[in-house]
Write a protein that binds this ligand. Structure first.
Ligand SMILES: Nc1nc2c(c(=O)[nH]1)N[C@H]1C(S)=C(S)[C@@H](COP(=O)(O)O)O[C@H]1N2
Ligand SMILES: [Mo]
Length: 189
């Protein structure tokens, strides 16, 4: 998929560590009480427990991630429910244009056009390197959106809301790009 020799977007440096980044504290979510809600402009809003989520289609993928603060990490392995598959269940209404990802850390959100989220590589992920995602990397469930800077990959995801008008998220309101394409180096608004 990626060309071996040109995997580093402009202005990025490769790291072998996995830095932990968020605006506040690391959360510890009770896995037994966890629920993901999908609502807004959908025909069938649903609420899924972790077990229910894991019983749906599972996709394993190995992708490069790119943080806007300039680190890139190659070959990270995630597994989860393809976002596209989830949309097949809830059925977006025709006027659904954006997806707001709501997180458990104090009203943190990020958003993307529904069309961008429908890419085959977008995951509602619950495993990293073959194990449940740890607290520091946003477990039990986070989104993985490989084609955007990593602030579009929401940790501690609790709710997906489909809306007609975009609502720029936490980092985006702070001056970061709302389109966030690392290959076009869209870092700032
Ligand atoms: N809920 C939540 N998700 C978030 C953030 C956050 O502050 N809160 N920070 C984003 C940023 S800026 C980055 S770089 C990645 C970091 O993910 P990591 O800690 O697993 O490396 O999470 C993104 N998702
Ligand atoms: Mo980031």
């Amino acid at each position: 998929m990626n060309q071996q020799n040109n995997r580093l977007p402009p202005g990025q440096r490769k790291t072998d560590r996995f830095p932990v980044l968020q605006h506040g504290l690391i959360l510890r979510i009770d896995r037994s009480k966890y629920k993901l809600r999908i609502e807004g402009l959908v025909e069938k809003p649903v609420e899924l427990t972790l077990d229910e989520l894991k019983n749906l289609k599972k996709l394993d993928e190995t992708v490069d991630i790119h943080c806007v603060t300039s680190w890139s990490k190659f070959d990270t392995k995630w597994a989860g429910l393809p976002f596209k598959e989830l949309m097949g269940i809830v059925k977006p209404k025709p006027n659904a244009k954006f997806v707001i990802m709501h997180c458990a850390d104090g009203g943190f959100t990020t958003s993307l056009p529904l069309q961008a989220m429908m890419d085959d590589d977008v995951l509602v992920a619950y495993e990293y390197e073959g194990k449940p995602i740890s607290d520091d990397h946003g477990g039990p469930v986070r989104t993985i959106v490989p084609k955007r800077y990593f602030y579009k990959s929401a940790k501690w995801l609790v709710r997906l809301e489909l809306v007609e008008e975009d609502e720029p998220g936490y980092w985006e309101r702070g001056g970061y790009s709302n389109s966030a394409d690392p290959w076009k180096e869209e870092r700032y608004a």
